[in-house]
Design a binder for this molecule. Structure first.
Ligand SMILES: Cc1ncc(COP(=O)(O)O)c(C=O)c1O
Length: 389
């Protein structure tokens, strides 16, 4: 979409990208448009909130002639904070900018409206999301975009299936959607799987899901806030700053990588840690922890072999229950209480600067594709098949 918008309005070289973005909704705009201005988030009394719509309006006015589009995430993959997409679309459109929404964290968690608003100024120009974040590993990513934008350009990807006729001197691009935008062999089973998952979500009802997940998130936030050693990032006032899907936090005095490892090794709880492919946003929320990291050059960082700054992220989905939240809280309390016992058991690995247990070992050698193949068809089978060919 970055290339589409660039080619659609080449006279406009600037994109407003929120500081909350996953790298995948930041770096393509830097690479393809050239000039990116990062939008700040609003500051609430208890932490950072959603995109600062006043700052957005100011920049839209100030840079009006140059701004091509606003790229914004619907839901942060770090804090889970939900952005007011319709308000942002209204502001952008009133200033002649287009709107691209990253829906990767939305589609499985909150109702999504791309068009059909009572006032069409609130409709978005494009929304993209990833099938693998919508319960279907191996399924494709999805682009929902206004045909009027796409139809003005030759598709960014060319190849089989998107042309009517091809001669050595010329080719004619199909006018038919979505074929013209889907050069190459589509991931058909992945798309069918994704359609089935979306059908399931639809039947359960996104209004129900957002309410259920919201209830568990509120419950978890309340319990986390009751532990003095836990710092939760982003405003936790879900009345004024609603959330979905994720909560990120740190435990005082225990490195995020160690917390994640102990949760996994001793409590059977899988979380992610570090910066979650949203480095600028995470770093902004942990200025003290990140100060040294920010001050160092790339060469110094490569030589230092230090663990990266970051956080621990708990993620919620269809299957999450209040008991899961209780298990997380009990585990965190255990880590706080027994950190003196746990800490000597972990060392910083030189390979990836993550903390690893000194005696528990996952033997990567045990995962060997040739061995798995041998187990399934047998070494003899392979040999005899080869010799018979
Ligand atoms: C908010 C957000 N946007 C984009 C992505 C990236 O999606 P993909 O890896 O499918 O490009 C992710 C995570 O994977 C995400 O959480």
């Amino acid at each position: 979409m970055a290339r589409v918008f660039r080619d659609l309005r080449p006279e406009r070289d600037t994109v407003l990208v929120s500081i909350m973005e996953h790298h995948s909704n930041d770096l393509p705009h830097r690479k393809h448009l050239g000039r990116v201005i990062h939008l700040p988030v609003a500051l609430h009394a208890d932490g950072m909130g959603c995109v600062d719509t006043r700052a957005l309006e100011g920049l839209l006015k100030q840079e009006q002639e140059r701004i091509n589009y606003v790229a914004i995430t619907g839901v942060s993959n770090v804090t889970g904070i939900i952005n007011p997409v319709a308000d942002i679309a209204r502001l952008a459109h009133e200033h002649d900018a287009l709107v691209l929404v990253d829906g990767a964290q939305m589609v499985a968690h909150i109702p999504v409206v791309v068009s059909g608003h009572a006032d069409p100024v609130e409709d978005v120009d494009a929304l993209v999301f990833s099938g693998h974040k919508t319960y279907v590993p191996g399924s494709p990513g999805v682009v929902i975009a206004r045909k009027e934008h796409l139809a003005q350009l030759e598709p960014e990807e060319v190849g089989g299936g998107m042309v009517e006729r091809v001669f050595t001197e010329r080719y004619t691009v199909s006018q038919h959607f979505p074929d013209r935008e889907e050069a190459g062999t589509p991931n058909i089973p992945g798309a069918i799987g994704l359609a089935a998952a979306i059908e399931v979500l639809d039947r359960i009802g996104m209004d129900f899901l957002v309410e259920e997940e919201g209830r568990i998130i509120d419950y978890t936030l309340d319990r986390l806030k009751s532990i003095p050693e836990v710092e939760v990032y982003g405003s936790t006032d879900t009345g004024s700053c609603p959330r979905a899907a994720s909560i990120s936090f740190n435990l005082e005095g225990v490195h995020h990588s160690m917390v994640a490892a102990i949760l996994n090794d001793y409590h059977n709880i899988a979380v992610r840690n570090e910066c979650f492919c949203a480095h600028p946003y995470v770093i902004e929320m942990i200025p003290d922890q990140a100060a040294e990291y920010i001050a160092m050059s790339d060469e110094e960082l490569a030589a230092a072999g230090m663990a990266k700054p970051g956080m621990v992220r708990a993620s919620f989905g269809l299957y999450s229950t209040q008991e899961d939240a209780d298990a997380l809280i009990a585990a965190l309390k255990d880590i706080i209480r027994n950190q003196g016992t746990y800490l000597p058991l972990y060392r910083l690995a030189e390979s990836d600067h993550e903390f690893r247990h000194t005696t528990f070992r996952l033997n990567a050698e045990e995962f060997s594709v040739p061995d798995i193949v041998s187990r399934v068809i047998g070494d003899d089978g392979r040999t005899s098949r080869r010799s018979s060919e």
